[in-house]
Design a protein. Structure first.
Length: 131
């Protein structure tokens, strides 16, 4: 079970780390996408999102403060899901089917993060633990 939790934690860490980096390299495009979805203060929220995704992703990868980080990323995922993957709204050039798929996928990620936050009670499962 510890291996499964470690692997899941590592993959969730990658899931946040890599998109966080892509938001840095595609900063202008991400700002435009946020504006398209009527996200308030995208110039403020994008750097916060990047910091949470990159920092939280690294912390999950390394197994640091897993429970707290998982809950923080779960909250971030829920906020992003409601704001950016609002399949019930129609935007020019945005596929509702794709947004629906992203919304449902993010619900699964949210659920996985909630489960991971409760996995703190398991024995330590740091990536570089000498066990």
């Amino acid at each position: 079970m510890t291996f499964a939790v470690t692997l899941g934690r590592f993959l969730l860490g990658l899931y946040f780390f890599l998109p966080g980096i892509s938001k840095v390299t595609g900063y202008t495009e991400t700002l435009s996408y946020m504006a398209l979805h009527n996200i308030p203060l995208p110039e403020v929220l994008l750097p916060i999102t990047i910091a949470l995704q990159v920092g939280g992703g690294v912390m999950l990868l390394l197994g640091l403060r897993v429970g707290q980080v998982a809950l923080t990323l779960a909250a971030l995922t829920l906020v992003i899901n409601l704001g950016m993957h609002d399949f019930w709204s129609v935007y020019e050039g945005v596929s509702q089917a794709h947004e629906t798929q992203n919304f449902v996928k993010n619900l699964a990620i949210f659920a996985g993060l909630l489960v991971l936050s409760g996995a703190e009670d398991l024995p330590q499962h740091r990536l570089f633990a000498g066990r």
